[in-house]
Design a protein around this ligand. Structure first.
Ligand code: F6R
Length: 347
């Protein structure tokens, strides 16, 4: 398939390519969005309530703060918040549309328990409720598919926690992330020769993509790859992470060669992954993934974890976009999610 401007315009009428290419610029803009929010007191724990494209920002926050002296981060993808949530908890209520019922319910419960709450949204009921309660809100640019607004939904949380004195400054990390993401996006644009995202998407057509992160720190990137393949390319995918998958999923590759031959493994690697994990990846390729239709490795780039995560997320976003076009589907609409929400609203 030729990816020239005319066929891209016809096959991607919602302009998803433009949005995924804007990821680096969104990172820069997102960083300044938080400056309008007066920092809350340093919390004992952080809860991020959000679903789908808005919830993955919470998973990224948890990963980015994992190695830091920071309050624990718990991600809630549910209507309820944990029993310990109270006045010393900071809850980020993240819903791009501001209408996601799970997030609104979690927000209400946390607020009722006296938690400090910050809304991150483009509007809707979430913004209205935050304004009524006097809670701070990060208002992100409207009119995007929520999953395309990831930098806006995620990075302000890091900036707010830094302003609250709960974590160190991430200014340099955020600048590096935007720079590295920009280089990756430029390299993967249609028309670039030797395009690894296009090549990987070619291999994934007709196969079940299994996205494995070589380290738990890249876990949210694996999840994001899966989600983007689901929503942009409208096909099934699964994700897992080392070392956990060595304790269960590796066995599943055993005695079903036909099924294994329909799977394509993508391993997300981190240049800073510990040698024991690298060893596990090598052994597992040998023991199990040799049965797959194919195995590819994608390496994160950059120094800081934020840059490494963003770099590999941008690759996944492009792979999902190429896969959508190769499969002949429009990347932008997600009619099944819309229909589900419509039916739930009626019930
Ligand atoms: C759509 C998408 C979905 C939504 C999810 C929650 O692009 O990615 O996963 O993010 O249905 O909706 P919001 O983000 O509006 O709370």
């Amino acid at each position: 398939m030729v990816f020239d401007p005319a066929s891209i315009a016809a096959r991607d009428p919602g302009g998803m390519l433009r949005l995924i290419s804007l990821f680096p610029r969104m990172c820069t803009e997102a960083w300044s969005l938080a400056s309008g929010v007066s920092p809350p007191p340093r919390p004992r724990a952080v809860v991020v309530a959000g679903m789908g494209g808005s919830g993955i920002g919470g998973d990224l926050l948890r990963a980015v703060l994992y190695e830091e002296a920071a309050p624990p981060v718990v991600v809630v993808k549910d209507y309820r918040v944990p029993g310990w949530v109270g006045p010393e908890t900071l809850l980020f209520a993240c819903s791009y549309s501001g209408e996601t019922e799970e997030t609104l319910a979690a927000y209400q419960e946390a607020a009722g328990r006296g938690a400090r709450c910050v809304a991150i949204t483009s509007g809707g009921s979430l913004l209205r409720r935050a304004r009524e309660r006097g809670d701070p809100a990060v208002v992100v640019p409207p009119g995007l598919p929520p999953r395309a607004a990831l930098p806006y939904m995620f990075l302000p949380m890091v900036a707010i926690l830094a302003a609250a004195g709960a974590v160190r400054s991430f200014d340099e990390d955020a600048a590096e992330a935007a720079d590295v993401a920009a280089s990756v996006a430029e390299e993967l644009a249609p028309g670039r020769p030797e395009n690894p995202a296009r090549a990987l998407a070619d291999s994934l057509v007709g196969r079940l993509p299994l996205i494995y992160s070589a380290t738990p720190l890249l876990e949210p990137a694996a999840q994001r790859w899966k989600d983007q393949i689901n929503e942009n390319a409208k096909t099934l995918a699964a994700w897992n992470t080392f070392p956990e998958l060595n304790h269960n999923e590796t066995v599943g590759w055993g005695l079903d060669p036909d099924l294994a031959r329909r799977c394509h493994v993508v391993i997300l690697r981190d240049p800073r992954e510990p040698p024991r994990l690298a060893r596990r990846v090598a052994i597992t390729r040998d023991l199990a993934f040799c049965r797959a239709a194919g195995v590819d490795e994608v390496w994160a780039r950059g120094r800081g974890l934020l840059a490494r995560l963003c770099s590999i997320i941008v690759v996944g976003d492009f792979v999902s976009w190429y896969l959508a076009l190769l499969r002949g589907v429009d990347p932008t609409p997600v009619p099944v999610i819309d229909e589900l929400k419509r039916r739930l609203a009626q019930a």
